[in-house]
Design a protein around this ligand. Structure first.
Ligand code: TYD
Ligand code: MG
Length: 452
């Protein structure tokens, strides 16, 4: 087989026969990436000519072609859009040590009864995997294990074994012989993923690819794999907490808003079916600077605690720090609070944090953020049993949010007895029993209620 290696610039797209530090066309540094072209008629994947398909009528497309199976972890199934799809390519990304291998080994443990599995490990030895399986208490004796990083060898074993499930741990360790760049480089990672995708689509094998997220937060370079695979899952969490959150950033077979929560134990990951309780554990009582809100993640309401700390600034430009909410959004909220309620926030450093590793991208959490800031500024606590839901506009008005009833039900379920909501003019159908609804039209009104 003949191969031709070229390098292309990820910035301007120009091609060159050799690698260079700087792209002569656009002048960008370190943007050249290797690619191989296979020019022979015999292809690597199986040595067969690719089957050419002809167009079919849309009306004749069979709908039952999407076969799904459950992974044994409901939280993961939810994020996948109702189980894994046969013949799909799922990328599981996350920081090293977060628990990606653990998660997939548990999934393998569930499939072992009725599916054939091939687990390719490029990082850990067979012995290490055996020890992990023992720790997890899963019986994986019927699973095939391959400690190999060469793409040709992996594909030939795949064709021999024809597994239903293929796990690649991790994509950064694999390499294709025809490329000169090192494993883990963008060119290699792309080429190997491409070959795995061809294999998944031609054989109907479901492929799970583990990818490490690098310092910039993208999987193997700036989002190089995301457009190739069917589903991209990010596994997040901090090393200091045992909670892990999995979310889809792309899903061709379901919604991307869903979120799954796990907890890491001695013997593996367990599902957290009641995330609101977890997000509120250890919540301080009667201290200024904290407020609870309810966000909708996919189809599920989750309570989140927002904390704020304001302190007199020693800098000419005060610090604006925000964790778990977009920093620009918090700057806007601080400006609204200053202008509409007269709080002198421009002289304060502001730190805002969402507890539990959640990222709140819904405007419904605005009101709670504003109230947490005001509570810290005034140094007055907000009642423990009070939550707040509402979007804040530039004039300081509190605007309606979707699914208010669903949020109120979750807030009430966790023992809250009061909630500040946008003014409805009596439109709330059936507020939960025992809950006092405080309607406020503006943040000024909400603050008058809280800090009278
Ligand atoms: P691992 O799945 O190897 O992470 P990744 O594949 O994402 O790099 O998990 C690594 C961490 O998880 C490690 O620090 C130990 C911890 N762990 C547990 O706490 N309990 C367990 O049962 C297992 C298997 C791992
Ligand atoms: Mg691992």
């Amino acid at each position: 087989m003949k191969t031709k290696t070229t390098f292309y610039c990820t910035q301007c797209g120009n091609e060159y026969p050799r690698w260079m530090g700087k792209c002569p066309a656009c002048g960008a540094w370190d943007t050249l990436v290797e690619q191989v072209e296979k020019t022979s008629a015999v292809r690597k994947d199986g040595g067969k000519q690719p089957v050419r398909k002809s167009a079919v009528l849309f009306g004749e497309v069979r709908e039952d072609s999407e076969i799904r199976f459950f992974t044994g972890l409901r939280e993961l199934d939810r994020v996948l859009g109702g189980g894994a799809v046969k013949g799909s390519l799922v990328l599981v990304g996350g920081a090293p040590g977060i628990g990606k291998s653990t998660l997939l080994m548990q999934v393998c443990g569930h499939f072992i009864e009725d599916k054939s599995i091939l687990y390719v490990t490029g990082e850990e030895s067979e012995r290490q995997l055996k020890l992990r399986a023992e720790r997890l208490g899963v019986d994986l004796n019927g699973m095939y294990l391959l400690a190999e990083t060469n793409m040709d060898a992996i594909l030939s074993d795949c064709e021999r074994l024809e597994p239903d499930i293929l796990v690649i741990d991790s994509i950064q360790t694999l390499y294709d012989d025809d490329m000169t760049s090192a494993p883990g480089s963008i060119g290699q990672v792309k080429e190997c993923t491409m070959q795995l995708m061809r294999f998944a689509k031609s054989s109907g094998t479901t492929v799970f690819i583990i990818g490490h997220v690098n310092k910039e937060g993208a999987i193997a370079g700036p989002r190089v794999l995301e457009h190739m695979v069917d589903c991209v899952l990010y596994f997040e969490g901090s090393n200091s907490s045992s909670h892990r959150i999995i979310r889809a950033s792309k899903n061709r077979f379901g919604s991307t808003n869903e979120l799954g929560v796990f907890e890491m134990h001695e013997n593996g990951l367990s599902e957290v079916l009641n995330p609101s309780e977890i997000m509120l554990t250890g919540r301080p009582e009667n201290v200024p600077g904290t407020c609870v809100t309810c966000v909708i993640e996919g189809t599920r309401p989750i309570l989140a605690e927002i904390q704020a700390l304001l302190s007199t600034s020693g800098y000419s430009v005060p610090r604006r720090n925000s964790n778990g909410i977009d920093v620009n959004r918090t700057m806007m909220l601080l400006a609204v609070l200053e202008k509409r309620c007269g709080l002198k926030i421009s002289g304060c450093d502001s730190y805002i944090n969402v507890i539990g590793g959640l990222y709140l991208d819904e405007p419904a959490s605005d009101l709670a953020a504003v109230l947490a800031v005001a509570s810290s500024y005034r140094d007055k606590p907000i009642e423990n049993t009070l939550a707040a839901v509402g979007e804040v506009g530039l004039t300081g008005e509190i605007r309606m949010v979707r699914n208010l009833e669903q949020r109120l039900a979750e807030i009430s379920r966790l023992g809250f007895t009061k909630c500040i909501v946008p003014r409805q003019r009596g439109k709330i159908k059936l507020p939960p029993e025992g809950m006092e609804i405080i309607e406020a039209g503006s943040i000024r009104e909400a603050m008058q209620y809280l800090f009278r």
